[in-house]
Design a binder for this molecule. Structure first.
Ligand code: GAR
Length: 192
């Protein structure tokens, strides 16, 4: 079975979409481990689903965070690492070791509205401030830059009259919950 490790920093709704689809058999993989870089609901979701969950506090571990993550995902022998709302920056050593085995979901149509400081609600604020007519989400491989790796798949979402950042965020999130499992399925198929 294709084994997945998921890294989270927040609510973990994207993690939940993977858990649900892997448990229903729609996605042919097993979530082996979930790691949070802070106390967060994402790790709670893992535990509720009977998945090993760890909190590696970024404020305590600082530059050692990626080494600590590496130790766990190596022990668990995962085939793919998913950044699902993970807000710490992954260092070069880790990226090089796990080349083409780390993917990230981002709530915009990259390369637009990506890069340092662009995460969560800030992305949707920037999209609205720029007067964009459409937004969306992107799943991409992680390289040593921020939001710069090869794009795997994207879904577009219309920006509607009167949208607030929160309303747009919710509409994009609905598509994220489809795009991330679809992207994982594509990778599993390619690697079989
Ligand atoms: C998602 O919208 C994800 O795309 C975004 O954080 C949210 C996490 O939600 N990620 C980034 O902004 C990364 N740059 P979730 O915890 O409910 O899955």
């Amino acid at each position: 079975m294709f084994k997945i490790g998921v890294l989270v920093s927040g609510g973990g709704s994207n993690l939940q979409s993977i858990i649900d689809k892997s448990q229903s058999g729609e996605l042919q993989c097993k979530v082996e481990v979930v790691i949070g870089d802070r106390e967060c609901y994402g790790v709670e979701r893992a535990k509720k689903a009977g998945i090993d969950g760890y909190i590696l506090d970024r404020k305590v571990l600082k530059k050692e965070l990626c080494r600590a993550i590496d130790k766990i995902v190596t022990e668990k022998d995962v085939d793919l690492i998913i950044l699902a709302g993970f807000l710490s920056i992954i260092d070069e050593e880790f990226v090089n070791k796990w080349k083409e085995k780390i993917i990230n979901i981002h709530p915009s149509l990259l390369p637009k509205f990506g890069g340092p400081g662009m995460y969560g609600i800030k992305v949707h604020e920037a999209v609205l401030n720029a007067g964009e007519k459409e937004s969306g989400c992107t799943v991409h491989y992680v390289d040593t830059g921020v939001d710069s790796g090869e794009i795997i798949a994207q879904k577009k979402v219309a920006v509607l009259e009167g949208d607030t950042p929160e309303v747009l965020q919710k509409r994009v999130l609905v598509e994220e919950h489809k795009l991330l499992p679809e992207s994982i399925a594509k990778i599993i198929l390619e690697r079989k």
